[in-house]
Design a protein around this ligand. Structure first.
Ligand code: C2E
Ligand code: CA
Ligand code: CA
Ligand code: CA
Length: 280
């Protein structure tokens, strides 16, 4: 266990084997100011039912609206926040704000919806994480069952025993766990047996070349089959074309997320989508 932990830690927690560029350092300084200035906002991307194309829920995606740099991609700032610990603050804010937003979405839609929130490895490991989770649920008044927490295989690998404890506590709150970017990490399938997981999100990398790629098709079919036998739901990520949509839905994939059925959007745009029912 110690060896296993040590290895995974090295992968996740030592970005400094590549020393940060000067650019990263100035971006890091700007981030602290950005928190004070309220430059971080949340966007919401529809997750739709593959049969009806109705919005079932939203994934919460963080955006940084920098006054001069414009929109900074989370692919750039999340890793920095993960390194300096700012992710705990940002993540707690995102979780609470997303839960509050869900209430408003439901009022607009007049039906139950769910909200999916990304939880970074460091946030998941933070001592205060369960308090943050309980606070978000209590403050917003949503039920834990309306919350999906997206974690990666890597998050489970860092310290499986600790992950098991946290996941059990999440299950007590009826919050569901989704494995994000499924198939791209280096976890083993044994984790699907050990942990109470509800959702697999098939990474965009396996969807992109559908329906042409035989290999990607085989992988997607295998994941759908696996999920069926384990009673897990599947979300196909990064669906951009009708052909990709048809390929996945015809093979029993229940949920689809991608530019075809809705890009990440500001909350007010999401509300319009929910009331007008067209959102692509
Ligand atoms: P992710 O969790 O895998 O999120 C999905 C990413 O795919 C998002 O990128 C989304 O905009 C993009 N996407 C969705 N549909 C399509 C499509 O059809 N085509 C293409 N090309 N892309 C699509 P985004 O918003 O730039 O986020 C990148 C990553 O940053 C996320 O990947 C996630 O790992 C991280 N992230 C974003 N928000 C948060 C957050 O609040 N907390 C944490 N911890 N991480 C976050
Ligand atoms: Ca995600
Ligand atoms: Ca993903
Ligand atoms: Ca990803």
């Amino acid at each position: 266990r110690a060896k296993e932990t040590g290895k995974a830690r090295c992968v996740v927690y030592s970005p400094r084997h590549n020393s940060p560029t000067e650019h990263d350092i100035s971006l890091e300084a700007a981030m602290f100011q950005a928190v004070r200035e309220g430059e971080f906002v949340l966007y919401y991307q529809p997750i739709v039912d593959a049969k009806t194309r109705e919005i079932e829920g939203f994934e919460t995606l963080m955006r940084w609206k920098h006054p001069t740099l414009g929109m900074v991609s989370p692919a750039r700032f999340i890793p920095i926040a993960e390194t300096n610990g700012l992710i705990n603050l940002l993540g707690a804010w995102a979780l609470k704000a997303a839960c509050v937003q869900l209430k408003q979405f439901e009022e607009a839609a007049r039906r139950p919806l769910y909200i999916s929130v990304n939880i970074s490895p460091r946030q998941f490991r933070n001592d205060k994480f369960l308090e943050v989770l309980d606070d978000a649920i209590a403050f917003s008044g949503i039920s834990g069952a309306q919350l999906v927490l997206e974690i990666t295989e890597g998050t489970l690998m860092i310290d499986p025993a600790h992950a098991e404890t946290i996941l059990a506590k999440m299950a007590e709150r009826h919050a569901r766990i989704a494995i994000d970017d499924f198939g791209t990490g280096y976890s083993s399938l044994a984790y699907l047996k050990r942990f109470p997981i509800s959702v697999l999100k098939i990474d965009r990398a396996f969807i992109r070349d559908l329906p042409g790629s035989q290999k990607d098709g085989a992988i997607c079919n295998a994941v759908l089959d696996l999920a069926r036998h384990l009673s897990l739901s599947v979300v196909a990520e990064g669906v951009e074309t009708e052909e990709q949509f048809a390929y996945m839905s015809e093979r029993g994939c229940q949920y689809v997320q991608g530019y075809l059925t809705g890009k990440p959007m500001a909350a007010n745009v999401a509300i319009t989508a929910l009331t007008e029912r067209h959102y692509a």
